[in-house]
Design a protein around this ligand. Structure first.
Ligand code: SF4
Length: 421
């Protein structure tokens, strides 16, 4: 058998035959997740086509994260339909309002395991790559098919190797690293590819940091982004009391269409300026841009570690007059940890508004929508026109530390200056 990449290896297991990049295969993923923003359509397809049984209910999980709690009567109806669907088909894993974002829960609870493949009706499913799994978004019609029949066609992606060396400097984060990668490779740089991360720097990156790295792979057009399992992965599962077997790894000699290298010690705080994710610049070149809202949350950067660093920046200080700081934990678990550590109290004392765990303001359909001509600096993954609910507003993407420092200054600011004080 030819040496295989991570994607080829995992897809070969599921297809029960060796597969190679470029081939079309039919397989049944280990997990099929659906969310509140699409569950109503799954229900509709089932009724339209008379589907009355599921291929594998134990491989299904439903998450209410995009508009939780419901913000309109229509959304409340969709969530009710989803609950009824779960009851009708015996789906046991319904993560209802307040539990958090699907990608966060999949990793923090150990639901997704190394070597698995996850499909979800959400484009940031690549996040599970942090624990040595592959994950991708699919459409609602495809999800309805998968739930009913258990198999779907996929093309095995070509893999790109990104080697990471060096170490991030204080005040610089995995978000700055992934923005630097996207800035160099562009939004089309990994089109339908599988980004595999390698190199000695990986051992310095936590699971939370790896999640940020893999999460934004889709902003380069990638199908998957994955970090092969290692001692950091194993420690994550050990802390959860879960025994994981052999860690998935690519074969020596596997074929990579491209090779890129990044030295982490050269990375500085970065922002992605409106309105394309690859419009990436050092924070210093955008310092002074006035902001109206600062948002810390999402599946990209709404984790405990993100609130800890934001709290370090804001401890004993107040956000600038005229700035709203909106904070949304990625899960209930994150919310509780940040409460217990005191990070949330620090943020609230600095003037933050804390919202229900979930996607919050990220997609512009829920808490924290922008007004025309407003500027938001956000720890999220997308700054497209209209992303936060208003096509006449502007969004800058940055790390939680940069968002917090900017909230403090009322203008885009370098967090290293505050952290050094
Ligand atoms: Fe999508 Fe944002 Fe929710 Fe992540 S937090 S799943 S990017 S809407």
């Amino acid at each position: 058998m030819n040496p295989q990449t991570m994607a080829e290896k995992i897809m070969s297991r599921l297809a029960a035959q060796p597969v190679r990049a470029g081939e079309f295969v039919e397989l049944g993923p280990d997990w099929t997740f659906s969310l509140d923003d699409g569950i109503g359509l799954v229900d509709r397809y089932f009724r339209l086509h008379g589907i009355d049984r599921l291929a594998a209910p134990d491989k299904i999980a439903v998450f209410y994260d995009h508009f939780a709690p419901a913000d309109t009567p229509q959304h409340a109806m969709v969530q009710r339909l989803g609950r009824q669907l779960c009851e009708r088909f015996g789906i046991r894993r319904l993560h209802d309002v307040g539990t958090g974002i699907s990608h966060q829960i999949a990793v923090e609870t150990g639901l997704a395991r190394p070597g698995q493949m996850v499909t979800n009706t959400d484009s940031h499913t690549l996040t599970v790559g942090a624990i040595g799994a592959i994950g991708c978004g699919i459409g609602v019609a495809e999800m309805a098919w998968l739930w009913a029949y258990g198999h779907l066609w996929f093309q095995v992606p070509t893999s790109l190797r990104i080697t990471l060396e060096g170490r991030l400097a204080p005040g610089v984060s995995a978000k700055d690293l992934v923005l630097s990668i996207i800035g160099r490779l562009s939004v089309r740089g990994a089109q339908y590819g599988s980004v595999e991360y390698h190199g000695p720097a990986l051992s310095t990156l936590s699971i939370a940091e790896r999640m940020t790295l893999c999460n934004m792979g889709v902003e380069m057009g990638a199908k998957f982004a994955v970090v092969p399992g290692d001692h950091v992965t194993r420690a994550h599962y050990a802390a959860l009391g879960i025994e994981v077997g052999e860690m998935p790894a690519p074969d020596a000699g596997a074929h990579y269409a491209e090779d890129h290298r990044f030295d982490l010690s050269e990375i500085e705080p970065m922002v992605s300026a409106p309105s394309k994710v690859d419009n990436v610049h050092p924070v210093s070149s955008k310092a002074g841009v006035q902001i109206h809202q600062a948002f810390i949350g999402t599946c990209t950067n709404g984790r405990f570690e993100d609130f800890e660093i934001a709290a370090r920046v804001l401890a004993g200080r107040r956000v600038a007059e005229g700035v709203r700081l909106v904070v949304t934990p990625a899960s209930r678990e994150v919310y509780l940890r940040a409460m217990q550590s005191g990070a949330l109290q620090t943020l609230i004392e600095a003037g933050a508004t804390v919202t229900t765990p979930g996607c919050g303001a990220c997609a512009g359909i829920h808490q924290g929508v922008l007004a025309a001509d407003e500027v938001c600096i956000s720890s999220s993954s997308r700054n497209f026109i209209g992303r936060m609910g208003n096509r006449d507003a502007s969004i800058y993407l940055a790390s939680p530390a940069t968002v917090a420092a900017s909230a403090l200054a009322g203008r885009i600011a370098d967090p290293r200056e505050v952290l050094a004080e």
